[in-house]
Design a protein around this ligand. Structure first.
Ligand code: C2E
Ligand code: MG
Ligand code: MG
Ligand code: MG
Length: 282
């Protein structure tokens, strides 16, 4: 299946060094700006406050609409982009696009309570040189206030390289950016180190929430993560909320935010804009 990804690449394989992209000319390489702009787009899924039922944030989720193969899931192509190093150029495009969308919303709805834009960052992206400068540049160019940007890093990605990452995270926090640990509970965190991480939010992996439907004991895990987050002065988001029963229980357990199909699936920019306009309350 890997070969299928390479087959339409005119240069015969993803270049390992993304800077090589700039030296290639006609026909365009797979992750050139024009390709990214024509085949990739972002969907936006709301994150809802379980206290007042209002939209608190949107998470940007990348989609690849391949001209021949149709929609390809990020679960398939993000690992490939990470292996080849191309996550760097794709990842900065994603951040810029999400910030542009946030700015557009802020301009269209100046009276609304400001929402936060949540953007997933790959651990590979964090290992690049001048990450902080790149993020600062994108914030500056798009006119987004750092307070309304939240970067999400998976627990496994974070823990792989915790000492190197911690300093960078401190720098990002100093800029005013919010930080969140994604897929929490699946990545074997060193619990002893969790409180050193300058992180605002833990996001409970959706597998735990899903399991609660057929395994009552899974609520114990969810409850423990909620308590852990609060003891560390972090907020907590439940991912993959699909049923009213799950929502009721999460509220009862004091979970701060929820995200999932019960509220909304990831939406196109236009549909997310419509949703914002209706100012829903769940
Ligand atoms: P994630 O960041 O944990 O995103 C949550 C995933 O769960 C999304 O899948 C979302 O559509 C899905 N989801 C949300 N609510 C529900 C629900 O109620 N039920 C079910 N069954 N699923 C739900 P998606 O969009 O396919 O993304 C999958 C993963 O791909 C993401 O997991 C993230 O790790 C990665 N990804 C997506 N976009 C980006 C990106 O822009 N950059 C990076 N580095 N990774 C991304
Ligand atoms: Mg995420
Ligand atoms: Mg997640
Ligand atoms: Mg996930």
């Amino acid at each position: 299946r890997r070969a299928a990804f390479y087959s339409d690449n005119p240069v015969g394989g993803f270049p390992a060094d993304p800077s090589a992209l700039s030296t290639m000319s006609d026909p365009p390489p797979p992750w050139s700006d024009s390709k990214v702009q024509s085949e990739f787009r972002l969907d936006y899924q709301p994150i809802v406050s379980l206290v007042d039922g209002k939209i608190s944030a949107f998470e940007a989720l990348v989609r690849w609409l391949h001209p021949q193969r149709g929609m390809i899931s990020p679960v398939e192509f993000i690992p490939l982009a990470e292996e080849t190093g191309l996550i760097t150029s794709l990842g900065w495009w994603i951040l810029r696009e999400a910030c542009c969308q946030l700015r557009a919303w802020q301009e269209s709805f100046p009276q609304a309570i400001p929402v936060t834009m949540v953007v997933n960052l790959s651990a590979i992206q964090l290992m690049q040189l001048r990450v902080k400068e790149q993020i600062q540049l994108i914030l500056h160019e798009t006119g987004v206030d750092s307070r309304y940007l939240k970067l999400e890093i998976t627990e496994s990605g974070l823990m792989e390289n915790v000492d190197a990452t911690i300093e960078l995270l401190e720098q990002l926090k100093a800029l005013g950016i919010q930080l969140s640990i994604d897929d929490f509970g699946t990545g074997y965190s060193s619990l002893g180190r969790l409180h050193y991480l300058p992180v605002d939010t833990l996001k409970i992996d959706q597998s735990f929430i899903r399991r609660t439907t057929f395994e009552e004991e899974s609520w114990e895990i969810v409850q423990t993560i909620i308590t852990l987050a609060h003891n560390l002065n972090m907020t907590v988001v439940a991912e993959g909320v699909e049923t009213p029963e799950q929502l009721a229980r999460l509220k009862y357990l004091g979970c701060d935010y929820g995200q999932g199909y019960l509220f909304a699936k990831p939406l196109s920019s236009a549909n997310a804009t419509t949703l914002l306009m209706t100012n829903p309350q769940w």
